[in-house]
Design a protein around this ligand. Structure first.
Ligand code: SF4
Length: 64
């Protein structure tokens, strides 16, 4: 599975980084999120899916 964050949508709510801290990092400048790695490790898939479902802005895009 692949993941990325749409910077136009992300409002820096931090939920994704709280749910999957190993897969999302937040900018020190504006708090926006980005994926640590485009390819999601198998042991992170469930957490990344949960983060995507929890994002209020639907900014997390997944591709199988
Ligand atoms: S939960 Fe969504 S809006 Fe919030 S920081 Fe993560 S990607 Fe951005």
């Amino acid at each position: 599975m692949k993941v990325w964050v749409d910077p136009e949508r992300c409002q820096g709510h931090t939920l994704c980084a709280m749910i999957a801290p190993d897969s999302f990092r937040l900018s020190d400048i504006d708090g926006s999120s980005s994926a640590v790695s485009e390819v999601v490790p198998d042991d992170q898939v469930d957490l990344v899916r949960e983060a995507a479902q929890s994002c209020p802005e639907q900014a997390i895009i997944l591709r199988d």
